[in-house]
Write a protein that binds this ligand. Structure first.
Ligand code: ATP
Ligand code: MG
Length: 438
């Protein structure tokens, strides 16, 4: 991409109502624009990151055997009347009427819709297990939308729903999602810790929130230090027994505020291993048994020919929240430091003297080679001063910068800079490209 023809409306200063680093940086880097409280337009740079995160989430869901669908954003109120949640959901639900006076709503989640699809088509235990997911915009009329995309009203969520014949099978589905989440967050460059979460009125121990630690997190969390550094399981035998992996993660103490038991924490975890910190919830998985299948009559015939309600679970990832979460975890005073996997551009090629034919030529060569190597380069070919270019590229946060100016070119050299460390090196263009493409 050539910056002169692109659209990155950076701001010198963030609006004063942006309180946390990720919100400030997303506005300053021209990633998003607020259209209404908690409702954002995604500008080109932000959209590139959002799409990359979405794709990683998708790949890990597919790997774990979930099947992608796309459900509508607008749902019929009648479905929610069937499950009994239409009145319970309260003011967070955005309720709409169509021209026929039919009650619709902008979906805050999709248990009802997926259950309706399931019951229409799946009739036998032989067709189970099934796990459907979609990556779709949700709307929750949050009381206090804040922190930019972290707590929006309209936000992008990956939500998956599992259907199983009994509780034991449902637990296997739950475990698959548990492991898939560990892998997903690890690929995003995040250290996410699964923590015991409030399972709600159904009870049981099958609900975990995946939390990344950050000072600006909305909840207080408590866990054993070792959980933060545990490596992700990677590809596993998805049909095999995943319980040992889950057990390894859940054996050590980890709980969110609502579930925290200080006495247990102190007796189970040595003082030096105790971590009490702020955290951001990036995912939440949940087994809820027959909560929706019973009232909505999502039944299958079992081996005995008898009909039974399926056992369900749901599994959410905050895709748009992750954009902010990743920035909270990875930035410095100058701007964003994107992990390679989600960087909007892999390299910023900075032309320090557009119009100088030797510099332009070197930039074009570099740009072409990096593009051919799949590195998504952004070529800054604008007429800005060098200082402004450096500041903008640090703000935007591409993992590499390739800096090309007249003095270097005359000596046959260019400069590369690693955004994360600030480390700079001066070397021939060919070697620079090798270092970046390696
Ligand atoms: P929270 O406790 O943060 O309000 P929740 O428990 O209501 O979230 P879930 O219903 O579990 O959220 O939704 C799944 C995921 O969607 C959450 O883990 C979070 O990452 C994301 N999410 C929820 N609400 C929002 C929001 N208002 N803005 C952005 N992302 C959100
Ligand atoms: Mg939650």
């Amino acid at each position: 991409m050539r910056l002169s023809r692109y659209f990155i409306p950076t701001l010198r200063e963030a609006p004063s109502d942006a309180q946390i680093a990720s919100h400030q940086l997303m506005l300053r880097a021209g990633m998003i624009r607020q259209e209404a409280a908690g409702i954002y337009a995604w500008l080109p740079l932000g959209l590139r990151v959002l799409k990359k995160i979405e794709q990683i989430v998708r790949e890990e869901m597919d790997r774990a055997g979930a099947i992608e669908v796309l459900m509508p954003t607008l749902q019929l109120a009648d479905l929610w009347r069937e499950s009994g949640r239409y009145d319970d959901y309260g003011d967070e639900m955005l309720r709409i009427k169509d021209r026929h006076e039919r009650d619709l709503l902008y979906g805050p989640t999709a248990e009802e819709v997926i259950t309706e699809i399931f019951r229409a088509h799946v009739k036998s235990y032989k067709d189970l297990p099934k796990n459907f997911y979609n990556i779709q915009w949700k709307f929750r009329d949050e009381r206090r939308p804040r922190f930019g995309v972290m707590r929006g009203r309209e936000f992008l969520m990956k939500d998956a729903y599992s259907f199983d014949v009994d509780e034991a099978a449902a637990r296997r589905s739950y475990n698959r999602m548990f492991v898939a989440y560990l892998n997903t967050f690890s690929r995003l460059g995040l250290k996410a810790v699964p923590m015991r979460a409030d399972p709600g009125p159904i009870g049981g121990d099958l609900s975990h929130e995946f939390i990344i630690l950050a000072e600006t997190g909305e909840s207080q969390v408590f866990c054993h230090r070792d959980l933060v550094e545990m490596p992700a399981p990677g590809d596993v035998d998805w049909d095999g027994d995943l319980q040992p992996i889950v057990d390894q993660r859940t054996a050590l103490y980890a709980a969110t505020e609502d579930m925290h038991d200080q006495g247990r924490f102190e007796s189970e975890v040595a003082e030096s291993d105790r971590l009490s910190a702020r955290g951001i919830e990036v995912g939440h998985i949940f087994y809820f048994g027959e909560k929706y299948s019973k009232p909505m009559r999502a039944v299958v015939t079992g081996p005995d020919g008898q009909e039974r309600p399926i056992h369900g679970g749901s599994y959410g990832v905050g895709v748009s929240r992750l954009v902010g979460g990743i920035i909270e975890a990875s930035h410095d005073a100058a701007g964003i430091i994107w992990p390679d996997a989600v960087a909007p551009f892999g390299v910023a090629v900075i032309n320090l003297r557009p119009g100088d034919s030797a510099v332009d030529l070197a930039c074009e060569q570099a740009y072409g080679a990096l593009r051919d190597a799949g590195k998504d380069p952004l070529l800054d070919d604008t007429d800005e001063r060098p200082g402004a270019k450096f500041a903008a590229m640090d703000l935007i946060g591409a993992p590499w910068q390739l800096i090309i100016g007249p003095k270097g070119v005359a000596e046959g050299k260019v400069e590369i800079k690693r955004r994360a460390t600030g480390e700079r090196q001066s070397l021939p263009l060919e070697d620079a490209l090798k270092a970046i493409i390696a």
